[in-house]
Design a binder for this molecule. Structure first.
Ligand SMILES: CC(C)(COP(=O)(O)OP(=O)(O)OC[C@H]1O[C@@H](n2cnc3c(N)ncnc32)[C@H](O)[C@@H]1O)[C@@H](O)C(=O)NCCC(=O)NCCS
Ligand SMILES: Nc1ncnc2c1ncn2[C@@H]1O[C@H](COP(=O)(O)OP(=O)(O)OP(=O)(O)O)[C@@H](O)[C@H]1O
Length: 194
């Protein structure tokens, strides 16, 4: 089995491209969805998070804006949260691999793949990328997004140019959805052959 990482900066089209891999029958592990499940209603991590960050959880799970306010901008607190969250995500990823042992190719969709050093152990990494102006327009069109918030999130992420330089494959999402889909098909074909 080949394991391919999928990453890209905010608004570059990672979720859209992940869906294209799924449509082609490639199993995708969604790290963000795993975090949401672990932190959601009845999430396994709620007791540990409440103990470390009192008042940030409730019946509906983690109050994400509240927990975000507690950890973003304080590296010690963020590291503490990561020590709670990351091992649980790793366990879910192992289960995913166990459930898909027969698949020739699987994808790990990981937003902060390079930032968190999660590129170890992967056979290849795909980076989704589009011109900065298209990225900005997509993100600013989202409800509750502001220029300040966008700039702050960008500041937490490795620059797009560096991601592209480190990638094994770059998927251009600054084109039509059909042209992007053709690139996804091409990568699946290449990896199936090698
Ligand atoms: C603190 C939480 C609850 C805030 O959730 P919220 O929905 O408000 O924000 P979201 O997750 O979309 O993150 C917003 C932006 O912050 C940045 N960010 C998120 N987690 C991290 C992190 N551990 N380190 C650096 N930047 C981060 C990302 O660039 C992201 O685009 C959440 O981010 C969290 O639990 N983070 C820790 C787990 C983690 O590392 N997740 C990401 C990788 S799997
Ligand atoms: N060729 C393309 N490829 C991918 N997305 C495209 C393309 N053309 C237009 N789009 C649009 O751009 C948006 C990309 O959003 P998407 O949620 O996939 O990004 P993302 O990188 O997962 O974002 P985030 O990291 O912020 O969660 C979607 O609305 C999508 O329809």
């Amino acid at each position: 089995m080949k394991i391919m990482g999928l990453t890209g900066s905010i608004g570059m089209g990672k979720s859209t491209v992940a869906a294209m891999f799924r449509d082609l029958g490639v199993p995708v592990f969604d790290a963000d969805a795993a975090v949401h499940q672990l932190q959601g209603p009845d999430g396994l991590l709620l007791p540990l998070i409440e103990e470390a960050f009192p008042g940030t959880t409730g019946p509906a799970g983690v109050d994400r804006p509240k927990l975000g306010a507690a950890v973003f901008g304080d590296s010690d607190r963020l590291a503490r949260l990561e020590r709670i969250v990351h091992p649980a995500v790793a366990a879910m990823r192992s289960n995913f691999l166990r459930d898909n042992t027969l698949a020739p190719l699987v994808v790990f969709d990981i937003p902060l793949l390079y930032e968190k050093g999660s590129d170890q152990g992967l056979d290849a990494v795909v980076v989704v990328s589009a011109p900065a102006g298209i990225q900005r327009a997509r993100v600013l069109a989202r409800p509750a997004m502001t220029t300040e918030k966008f700039e702050q999130i960008l500041g937490l992420q490795l620059p797009d140019a560096e991601k592209r330089a480190r990638a094994d494959y770059v998927i251009d999402t600054g084109v039509s959805l059909e042209e992007t889909r053709e690139q996804v098909v091409g990568i699946v074909r290449t990896l199936a052959r090698t």
